[in-house]
Design a binder for this molecule. Structure first.
Ligand SMILES: Nc1ncnc2c1ncn2[C@@H]1O[C@H](COP(=O)(O)OP(=O)(O)OP(=O)(O)O)[C@@H](O)[C@H]1O
Length: 275
């Protein structure tokens, strides 16, 4: 007598995105040998990373490490000098339209159409993605409510605070339910309650099969929120893997300082003492 074959648990990504085939173990984002120089200055110097599908991936590094430049090249916003970027099997630079359909992006220092109201801006983002008006209207209302922007829906984006602007840009990145979310500093300027709401939204998104990449300087947040992390400095990857692998028994912050170095004792600022 043969025992019945064990039932395989459904792939959450396949459930959430039934129209999109998911190749087993295919990374959500695969970066190989990415490099970029501005004039004589090398900003990114041969970065390779695999972001597993369904992961919550943190990208950390000191100021000027090359995080924004890497993410801009990975999302089709900045052309690399060298290297390849593939999103769910689609090459970002040879098939940009297909690749961009799979992604939601919150770029650094995002410039928005700020003479639109918040509601108009997110609606515009949905229509631009080819969605029908009725679906867009429903999702816009859901997103504004979830991000605590419903009462400011009719305010021009130019009159939003920095944190509100970040949130409306995030709503615009989420409206088409992308498979991969790439968020450059999503919590910068955002108040703690809104940050907790955003974390809940992102965790639910990952639980249902989506993949999130966030860049951040807040090590504690990355340690608590992410399951994978890469440390970048000087345009190189210094360490990458699960958060536990990278922190190797220390706090992520201590490990980060150890890897990156650069601590000094405020030497030369003795004049700043008040007594
Ligand atoms: N458009 C540009 N022109 C010239 N240099 C640039 C440009 N963009 C970035 N750089 C340089 O490339 C390097 C990497 O910058 P990048 O913005 O990618 O770093 P980052 O890790 O995102 O930094 P931060 O944490 O401060 O935001 C820096 O030395 C920066 O001065």
């Amino acid at each position: 007598m043969t025992s019945p074959a064990p039932e395989s648990s459904p792939d959450p990504a396949a459930t959430r995105f039934p129209d999109r085939p998911v190749a087993a173990h295919e990374p959500a984002l695969s970066i190989r040998g990415l490099a970029k120089a501005f004039g004589g200055k090398i900003a990114v110097n041969g970065v390779s990373l695999d972001v597993p599908a369904g992961s919550f991936y943190g990208l950390v590094g000191p100021n000027g490490a090359g995080k924004t430049t890497t993410l801009s090249m990975a999302t089709g916003l900045l052309r690399p000098d060298y290297g390849q970027v593939v999103v769910h099997g689609v090459d970002v630079w040879s098939q940009p339209l297909q690749a961009k359909r799979l992604m939601g992006i919150l770029p650094d220092g995002v410039r928005l159409f700020d003479r639109l109201t918040g509601e108009q801006l997110v609606t515009y983002a949905g229509l631009l993605r080819g969605m029908d008006r009725q679906t867009v209207a429903g999702r816009v209302a859901d997103l504004l409510r979830a991000l605590d922007l419903a009462k400011d829906a009719g305010t021009l984006v130019v009159d939003y605070s920095a944190g509100m602007t970040k949130k409306i840009a995030l709503a615009s990145a989420l409206i088409h339910a992308p498979r991969l979310l790439v968020l450059d500093e999503p919590f910068e300027s955002v108040d703690p309650v809104s940050a907790a709401n955003i974390r809940d939204i992102l965790h639910n998104y990952v639980d249902s099969g989506g993949t999130v990449i966030v860049s951040s300087h807040v090590m504690d947040l990355v340690q608590r929120m992410c399951d994978h992390v890469a440390v970048i400095a000087g345009g190189h990857v210094l360490a990458a893997g699960t958060v536990d692998e990278v922190r190797a028994g220390e706090s992520l912050e201590d490990r980060f300082v150890e890897l990156v170095g650069g601590r000094n004792q405020a030497e030369g600022l003795e004049w700043l003492r008040t007594s």
